[in-house]
Design a protein around this ligand. Structure first.
Ligand code: ATP
Ligand code: MG
Ligand code: ZN
Length: 279
């Protein structure tokens, strides 16, 4: 990572709340974690800012409910932010806040500049389509029309993530959890995105399967020099992959820095607990 290089993605002051808030919400001592007991509003992401640099793996770690998936959904436009800004270097030279673009432009950004792997494969794949059909769908969304080209690209991608090509016509519902995540990864990579969003890719998989999916991500990152945001509640996963890490708690960033530094010298009490539970 070159520290003088411009970020490929900049996130500034992202807020996402579920509910419209009330007068009590503003009282600092009133919220229970990220939740207002008076009106039921959840402050899932509060003032989140970070930069992602070319070729780096950026980790986001935090306990269940800390807002990691909400943040990823906002970045991929699955959900609208309440407020905040996002800029991509290769999109209008970082001059336009992506969150304020039209839905057509957002679709363009999603299909050409980003790929996402969902925590739950049901959200990322059509379980009854063939695996290669899932990839074709993303290629078509980006404007491809040539069937032969799409088929050869699909074969190449599935082979790349170690799905045997003779199973490419099979539907993901027939695949194991690890294979489903591999198909999601292939699909996410189909349009050569510069940014890959990985939400708990290995959660729920057996340890040995987990290791092989993590190895695949490492290998892809080296080969493609893609920038990756990887979200996990498991600091072990983050330690293995991330150059820099941001720690979230109750919708807020409590700590960020080089992963090695965070592991060696965690500053926040919550991070200290996380690191100790790893030892
Ligand atoms: N559609 C929604 N409506 C209301 N609250 C929501 C909604 N989606 C998420 N939340 C709340 O936002 C908070 C953050 O949830 P989120 O899924 O982002 O957490 P997470 O860090 O990904 O957790 P996990 O590690 O369990 O996946 C939670 O309190 C959750 O209940
Ligand atoms: Mg989540
Ligand atoms: Zn309230």
């Amino acid at each position: 990572m070159d520290e003088f290089e411009a970020p490929i993605l900049s996130i500034k002051n992202v807020n996402k709340q579920f509910g419209s808030g009330c007068e009590d919400c503003a009282r600092m001592d009133h919220l229970i974690k990220n939740f207002c007991p008076t009106c039921g509003t959840v402050y899932a992401c509060q003032n989140i800012s970070f930069d992602l640099y070319p070729g780096e793996v950026f980790g986001i770690v935090g306990e269940s409910g800390s807002g990691k998936s909400t943040l990823m959904r906002c970045l991929y436009f699955d959900q609208d932010v309440t407020s905040g800004e996002a800029f991509i270097r290769s999109y209008k030279h970082s001059k336009k806040n992506l969150f304020e673009e039209s839905s057509q432009q957002k679709r363009f950004i999603r299909n050409h500049l980003m790929g996402k792997v969902y925590q739950n494969p049901i959200l990322g794949l059509r379980m009854n389509f063939s695996s290669i059909g899932n990839i074709a769908e993303k290629l078509i969304a980006a404007g491809n029309r040539n069937v032969e080209e799409m088929e050869s690209r699909g074969r190449m991608l599935l082979d790349h993530v170690n799905i045997p090509v003779y199973r490419m016509k099979e539907a993901p519902k027939n695949f194991s959890g690890g294979m489903q995540q591999r198909v999601q990864i292939a699909k996410a990579l189909s349009n050569n995105p510069s940014i890959l969003l990985l939400d708990e890719v290995t959660t729920g998989l057996d340890l040995s399967v987990q290791a092989s999916v993590l190895d695949l991500i490492k290998q892809l990152q080296r080969e493609l020099n893609i920038s990756i945001i990887i979200v996990s509640h498991d600091l072990g996963v983050i330690r293995m992959l991330a150059d820099r890490t941001m720690v979230m708690l109750d919708g807020k960033v409590v700590e960020h820095g080089l992963t090695d530094q965070i592991l060696e010298d965690p500053q926040h009490h919550y991070t200290q607990q996380l690191v100790h539970s790893l030892l």
